[in-house]
Unconditional design. Structure first.
Length: 176
């Protein structure tokens, strides 16, 4: 008699297992739907940018500096001087030519070392609040001097530059 009571239970387990195995099959349609959902969510979130890093990035102001008919890309943001990396805060000027940006200081130090070996003795590193580490080749108070430094870097085939590099960095505390 106990066997017959267990039969509906065992049959129910078998049917539930069969449904579970066949209902969870992955298919191209399932992957496509998951991909489209992820893309839609990313596009929705792109307008919100709720992380602290995106707020820091958005606080940077972009503009341009026109010198001798050329328009140089300029970014104004709050930066700090990285101690022991080539410059003191009092030596930082209004315009700075950035040739590298890194998330790790180790990579910035390597690039600075290569620049010094290639004739950019004044290369130094500054950092943002994110932190991003910027490698800078020149600093100046005058647009004409920074334009010459920017032309030198832009024409140097020994430096690999990817967009948006090089650009002119204006420290926010000096641009008031």
């Amino acid at each position: 008699m106990n066997r017959f009571r267990m039969l509906p239970f065992a049959g129910g387990l078998f049917i539930a297992g069969l449904v579970a195995l066949t209902g969870c099959k992955t298919s191209e349609a399932n992957y496509r739907q998951a991909y489209e959902t992820a893309v839609t969510q990313r596009q929705d979130a792109a307008g919100l940018d709720s992380t602290i890093y995106s707020r820091i990035r958005n606080s940077a102001k972009t503009s341009s500096l026109v010198v001798d008919g050329d328009s140089l890309p300029v970014r104004t943001e709050y930066i700090g001087v990285t101690e022991g990396e080539g410059i003191a805060r009092t030596d930082l000027r209004r315009y700075n030519v950035v040739v590298g940006q890194f998330k790790q200081i180790f990579n910035a130090r390597q690039m600075r070392s290569r620049l010094i070996d290639n004739g950019y003795e004044g290369a130094f590193i500054v950092h943002t609040r994110e932190p991003l580490y910027y490698v800078v080749t020149a600093t100046s108070d005058t647009p004409a001097d920074i334009y010459e430094a920017w032309k030198r870097v832009s024409g140097d085939k020994g430096i690999v530059l990817r967009a948006p590099l090089p650009f002119i960095l204006c420290p926010a505390h000096l641009s008031r």
